[in-house]
Design a protein around this ligand. Structure first.
Ligand code: FAD
Ligand code: NA7
Length: 488
């Protein structure tokens, strides 16, 4: 029969949010257990402790993005006087995957050590709620442990969604890409999500013939002018973009490739085509089915399946909380998951009442030309202030200095500050496309949180010569009709 253990807090899910919450709670002296269990992907990929970000998200994708940027830089180097690289730079995919996997392995280990140091019990087991105070943990060998607890935090994150077209299971997802044993070869990335564009971008940069299939708009929810520039920069760097259709069927050919049949697009039926790899990046679903929520009466959103909470992360059952990607309405980002986990522990065990403020959460899309933003898109800002007429939008097309000598395309390097029209022109949204976009915008995100205005931007002194200084030099409004191209 199962062993019973007693805790103050059981956290189900050892990813960004769950680990942060568990460690913070243990710091206050709470007796805490974390359960983390990775269900293999359809293609059998599994990984260690740390959740999506560490294993199959932010970390491996940023490393592959970096690998792609380096390839480009090596080619650029010739223009700066380095002896010319070989005409055909060759990527060793296996070596890249090994380097990435080794780094991820060291992070998995680091998380285990951190839990041990904080005296948090870690169970590599899948959790199900038997009642509001009882969690059943089941490990890979079906060994069961029963955990009695005062509080439960659900932090099980999401997994890639599989659409229902025939043969979809032949496609991989981002859960598989970063550990693929064979180079992906000719690849089709399905979907206009940031995950799809990022993967297509680095695969192109790594030298694979890569296409993106968009059924409607790219980067839904993001500023659409910026999204358009991001995609055109990708096309200029060699990613093929197929618009206006979605997959109907996927079949394995006799030669072992994948034949994709597409729905007819607006501009005529695209031909059926063969790829070596099809990557689906059509959104993610919350991983909540195994938790036993219905029986307990934990309210979930009928459409998304995500858990409905109050601003303090409490679910409809009052000792059960939820954080991170599974929360209805929460951004699907690591830093917000971490901070909400930490703040929840502070409220539960540290006497705090502080809530997560989601007003100005910055984020970056790591496409070959990066896009970072904080605050509102131009579309949402216009809606918020009662029309485009109430906005003043400052913008600039600029040329990063390091792009000029190697003759890189700069036509998508663009900055825009979406402001209230009335003085003091508070900045509602700041958008930046260019190299190191995330590094550029992090500091501005702090200023935005403190009510940054156009006036305060103008008073700031630039750091020369950088791309970031173009933000403080913004002075041309869309309304003025003047040419927003920065010269000199
Ligand atoms: P997760 O980190 O997903 O952790 C949940 C954990 O719970 C997983 O380990 C899961 O296996 C486990 N689990 C699930 N069910 C159970 C159960 N019943 N019992 C036990 N364990 C269970 N965010 C950024 O901020 N920046 C980025 O650049 C970025 N890039 C991304 C790129 C990709 C390709 C993807 C897919 C995501 C990316 N994200 C990025 C999003 C980020 O990874 C997530 O928002 C973040 O990991 C969410 O944290 P979480 O704690 O909610 O869940
Ligand atoms: P994403 O990741 O934002 O977007 C899903 C994308 O996949 C989107 O471009 C969809 O197109 C596309 N999609 C969905 N189904 C299909 C099929 N069957 N074929 C082709 N393309 C498809 O997902 P979510 O909407 O779940 O948002 C998740 C979070 O990511 C959200 O919080 C954002 O902030 C970022 P569509 O636009 O629907 O036409």
């Amino acid at each position: 029969s199962a062993v019973t253990q007693k805790y103050d807090l059981v956290v189900i899910g050892g990813g960004s949010g769950g680990l942060a919450c568990a460690k913070e709670a243990a710091g206050y002296g709470a007796k805490v257990a974390v359960l983390d269990y990775v269900t293999p992907s359809l293609h059998g990929t599994v990984w260690g402790l740390g959740g999506t970000c560490v294993n199959v998200g932010c970390i491996p994708k940023k490393l592959m993005h970096q690998a792609a940027l380096l390839g480009k830089s090596v080619k650029d180097a010739a223009a700066f006087g380095w002896s010319a690289p070989p005409a055909e730079l060759q990527l060793n995919w296996h070596q890249l995957v090994t380097a990435v996997t080794n780094h991820v392995g060291s992070l998995n280990w680091g998380h285990r050590v951190a839990l041990r140091d904080k005296r948090v019990t870690y169970l590599n087991a899948s959790g199900t709620l038997l009642d509001r105070h009882t969690v059943l943990a089941k490990d890979r060998k079906d060994v069961e442990t029963v955990l009695q607890t005062d509080n439960v935090v659900l932090a099980t994150g999401g997994r890639p969604r599989y659409p229902t077209f025939a043969g979809a299971e032949l496609a991989i997802t981002s859960d598989d890409l970063f550990r693929l044993r064979q180079p992906p070869g000719r690849t089709l990335c399905v979907g206009g999500s940031y995950v799809s564009l990022e993967c297509a971008g680095f695969l192109t940069g790594l030298g694979f013939d890569t296409s993106v299939l968009l059924r409607s708009i790219p980067l839904r929810g993001f500023d659409q002018q910026m999204a358009g520039l991001v995609v055109s920069a990708m096309e200029n760097l060699g990613t093929r973009v197929v618009r206006g259709s979605e997959p109907l069927r996927l079949e394995r050919t006799a030669a072992g490739r994948l034949r994709v049949s597409l729905t007819p697009s607006g501009d005529g039926q695209p031909p059926d085509e063969e790829y070596d790899t099809v990557l689906l990046a059509v959104g993610r679903d919350p991983d909540t089915r195994r938790l036993g929520l219905d029986a307990l009466g934990v309210t979930t959103d009928r459409r998304s399946g995500k858990i409905v909470t109050d601003p303090g992360n409490r679910t409809s059952v009052d000792n059960i909380y939820a954080i991170g990607d599974i929360v209805q309405g929460a951004p699907e980002l690591t830093p917000t998951a971490i901070v909400s986990g930490r703040l929840l522990a502070d409220r539960l065990y540290g006497g705090s009442s502080q809530l997560l403020d989601l007003a100005t959460v910055p984020t970056t899309v790591f496409t070959p030309l990066e896009y970072s933003c904080v605050g509102l898109s131009e579309e949402s800002a216009a809606e918020m202030v009662g029309g485009e007429d109430q906005l003043e939008v400052y913008h600039a097309f600029y040329r990063p200095l390091e792009f000029i000598i190697p003759g890189r395309d700069t036509s998508s390097c663009y900055i825009k500050a979406v402001c209230e029209r009335r003085e003091p022109q508070r900045v509602l949204g700041l958008h930046f496309i260019g190299p190191n976009a995330g590094e550029v915008l992090q500091g501005f995100a702090v200023a935005m949180r403190h009510g940054m205005t156009m006036e305060s931007l103008r008073q700031a002194i630039g750091i020369h010569p950088t791309s970031a200084e173009e933000v403080v030099k913004l002075n041309i409004s869309k309304r003025s009709g003047r040419d927003p191209t920065v010269t000199g």
